[in-house]
Write a protein that binds this ligand. Structure first.
Ligand SMILES: [Zn+2]
Length: 566
C-alpha cells in the first residue's frame, strides 16, 4: 500500500494529479471483505484528507493575499487538473463501496448519503447542470452592472449601502428610492433569465426519475430527517409565534427612532442613535477579549483558541490585498481550523468571530473521528455549533473588558432582535420556493412570482411600511441570490437557530451541563442522524410552535430585562 504522503505542507501543494492518481488506483484495485474494509476506509480517508488539504490551503493563501499570483495559479491549476479527476475517482470509490454491500459499523449514515448521491446521479444531467450554472452567470452580470448616480458620482449598489446607516432620515430615503428604482429597471432581464432556468430544473428532476424539482433538491441536500411537509409546518409555527414578536421588535424600533412607522430605509440605522461601539482597536485586544470569553465558556475551548493564536490559524484584520468576507475552513490533515476575517474594530467583528469560533471548535471536537466521511456534518447542525456559541458567549461580553454595561446590553438586545427577525425572513424565502416548485409551470412566469411573493411578504414581514412602493416590493425576490442560484438553501439556518436557542435556554438553568452536551454533540461528527445530534446537545430537532414559542418567549423576556440596563 502507498502510504507515504508528502508530509510538509509546501510539498503537498506541489502534488500533481499523476502523483495522486496511483493512490486512488490502489484503493480501486483492492478487493474488499469484512476483514479489510475498515483498513480500506481508513486509507481512503487519509487520501481524501490530503487532497482536500491542498484545496483548503490554496483557498487560504489566495484570500489572505490576493496579489499572490503564484498561489492563484496553483489554485487555478488545482481546479483544472486535480479537482475533476479527484471527484471522478472519489465517485468510483463510492460505487465500489456500495457494490461491495458491506456495512461497516459506525458508517451507516455515511453509507446512506453515498447511496442517495449514487441514486441521483445521471450521465444525462451533467451537461444540463453545467448549462444551468453557465446560464446563471448572467445573474451576476446583471446585478454587477447596476449603478446609480449619487452626488455627481457613479456608485455601485454595495457602495450605496453605508448610506442606510446615516442618521439623516431624508438622506436614507433618497438613497433607498434611487437604489430600488434602479433595481426595478432590471425586472425584465432577470425575469427572462428566470424563465430560462426553470425548465432546465424541471428536466434535471425528470432525468433523475424524480417527480418534481423540490423532491430532487431534497435528496441532493441529503435531507432524510425531515420532509417538505415539516418545513411547511415550521413556516406555520413561525407565522404563529415569531411574527407577532417581530411586530413588537418593530414597535420598539419606532419608539427608539421616534418615528411613526418603519419604512424600508429605517431598518439598518442604529436605533439607539448613540456613538458606534468600538470594542477593540488592535488584533491583540480582540484576541485577548475573545480568549477571555471562550475561557469562561469552557476552559478547554479557551485553550483551543490559544492554540489557534499560537499556530497562526487566525487572520483577522482587514488590510489591503485581502479578499472580502470571512470564513472558517479546515486543514484536514492536522485537524486544525483556520479563521479568515476582515475586522475593522466593530461589534459585528466580535459577533462574527464568536460565530466562526463555534465552527472552529466543531473541527477540534471531531479530530478523533478516524473516517473522514464521518465528519461530514449536515449544515442544519454545523450552524448549531456556531450559533449556539454566539448565545453561550453573550453573558460574558461584559467580562471581556471590551464593552461597558450599557454597550453589552445594547448589543445583546440587537443580537436577540436580529435572531427574531431572521425567522420570518427565512420563512418568506423558503415558503416562496416551496410554492415555486409546487407550481412549476405557473411559477416560470415572473409576473406570477411577483404576486405570490407580495402575498407571502405581507404575511411574514409585519411592521414594515412599504406603502406606495408596492411594485418594488413585489420584485424583491429577484434580489435574493439563493432563489436563483442556490435553491432551497436557508431553512437550515432557521432550524439551526432553534437548536442554538435551546442550548442557550439550557445554559440559563445549568451552564456547565449545557456546554458539556454541546461539546459532546459536536464530537459526534456525522456518525448519527440529525435528530440524534440535536438530542445529544439536549435540544429537539423541531418544527413545532410550542418549541419555537419557548425560545421566542425567553428571547423577549431577556430583551425586556436588558432594556433596564441601557
Ligand atoms: Zn456559520
Amino acid at each position: 500500500m502507498l502510504r507515504n504522503f508528502p508530509s510538509a505542507a509546501a510539498d503537498l501543494l506541489k502534488w500533481t494529479w499523476p502523483e495522486i492518481e496511483p493512490y486512488y488506483e490502489d484503493l480501486q484495485e483492492r478487493s474488499l471483505n469484512e476483514d479489510n474494509i475498515h483498513e480500506w476506509l481508513k486509507d481512503w480517508s487519509n487520501l481524501s484528507r490530503h487532497v482536500l488539504e491542498i484545496q483548503c490551503r490554496l483557498e487560504v493563501l489566495t484570500t489572505v493575499d490576493t496579489t499572490d499570483t503564484e498561489s492563484e495559479e496553483a489554485y487555478r491549476k488545482f481546479f483544472d487538473e486535480i479537482f475533476p479527476n479527484m471527484q471522478a475517482s472519489e465517485n468510483k470509490l463510492k460505487q465500489k463501496m456500495l457494490t461491495s454491500e458491506l456495512k461497516p459499523k459506525g458508517f451507516e449514515v455515511s453509507l446512506r448519503n453515498m447511496r442517495a448521491e449514487a441514486d441521483l446521479f445521471r450521465e444525462d444531467n451533467l451537461s444540463l447542470l453545467s448549462n444551468e450554472q453557465k446560464t446563471l452567470l448572467e445573474y451576476d452580470k446583471i446585478m454587477g452592472a447596476q449603478t446609480v448616480q449619487w452626488e455627481g458620482e457613479e456608485r455601485t449598489i454595495s457602495q450605496m449601502y453605508p448610506l442606510q446607516l446615516e442618521k439623516d432620515r431624508a438622506k436614507r430615503e433618497k438613497a433607498y428610492r434611487l437604489v430600488i428604482a434602479r433595481e426595478f429597471a432590471d425586472f425584465e432581464a432577470l425575469g427572462e433569465l428566470w424563465s430560462k432556468v426553470m425548465p432546465m430544473r424541471k428536466q434535471i428532476a425528470a432525468n433523475a426519475g424524480i417527480a418534481d424539482y423540490r423532491s430532487y433538491m431534497w435528496q441532493q441536500k441529503l435531507r432524510f430527517d425531515y420532509t417538505p411537509e415539516d418545513a411547511l409546518s415550521f413556516h406555520r409555527a413561525i407565522e404563529e409565534v415569531v411574527v407577532p414578536a417581530t411586530a413588537r421588535v418593530r414597535e420598539r424600533r419606532c419608539k427608539r427612532l421616534g418615528i411613526d412607522s418603519v419604512r424600508p430605509w429605517d431598518t439598518e440605522v442604529d436605533p439607539f442613535g448613540s456613538e458606534p461601539i468600538r470594542p477593540f482597536k488592535t488584533m491583540d485586544e480582540l484576541n485577548a477579549g475573545i480568549k477571555s470569553i471562550f475561557d469562561r465558556v469552557d476552559f478547554e475551548l479557551g485553550r483551543r483558541y490559544q492554540i489557534m493564536i499560537d499556530e497562526g490559524l487566525l487572520d483577522l484584520e482587514n488590510r489591503k490585498g485581502k479578499a472580502p468576507g470571512g470564513y472558517c475552513t479546515i486543514f484536514p490533515v492536522s485537524h486544525r481550523p483556520f479563521i479568515f476575517m476582515n475586522s475593522v474594530g466593530t461589534h459585528a467583528d466580535v459577533q462574527t468571530l464568536l460565530h466562526e469560533g463555534g465552527h472552529s471548535f466543531h473541527i477540534f471536537e471531531t479530530a478523533d473521528i478516524e473516517l473522514f466521511h464521518n465528519t461530514n456534518t449536515p449544515m442544519e447542525f454545523n450552524e448549531v455549533a456556531s450559533m449556539a456559541m454566539e448565545f453561550l458567549a453573550s453573558r460574558y461580553l461584559l467580562d471581556s473588558g471590551m464593552y461597558t454595561e450599557a454597550e453589552a446590553a445594547r448589543v445583546q438586545i440587537e443580537f436577540l432582535e436580529t435572531n427574531l427577525i431572521f425567522w420570518p425572513y427565512m420563512a418568506v424565502m423558503d415558503a416562496f420556493q416551496h410554492w415555486i416548485y409546487e407550481n412549476h409551470e405557473k411559477a416560470t412566469d415572473p409576473v406570477m412570482c411577483n404576486e405570490q411573493w407580495s402575498r407571502m411578504f405581507d404575511r411574514y414581514m409585519v411592521g414594515l411600511d412599504w406603502s406606495g412602493l408596492e411594485q418594488y416590493k413585489a420584485t424583491r425576490w429577484q434580489r435574493v441570490l439563493h432563489i436563483y442560484k442556490v435553491p432551497f438553501y436557508m431553512v437550515e439556518y432557521g432550524l439551526a437557530q432553534l437548536g442554538a436557542a435551546q442550548v442557550w435556554a439550557n445554559s440559563l438553568s445549568d451552564y456547565d451541563a449545557a456546554v458539556k452536551a454541546y461539546r459532546r454533540a459536536l464530537s459526534l461528527g456525522s456518525t448519527v442522524t440529525l435528530p440524534e445530534l440535536f438530542q445529544a446537545a439536549n435540544a429537539k430537532f423541531a418544527f413545532d410552535a410550542p418549541t419555537l414559542k419557548r425560545s421566542v418567549d425567553l428571547m423577549e423576556q431577556t430583551i425586556e430585562e436588558l432594556e433596564n440596563k441601557l
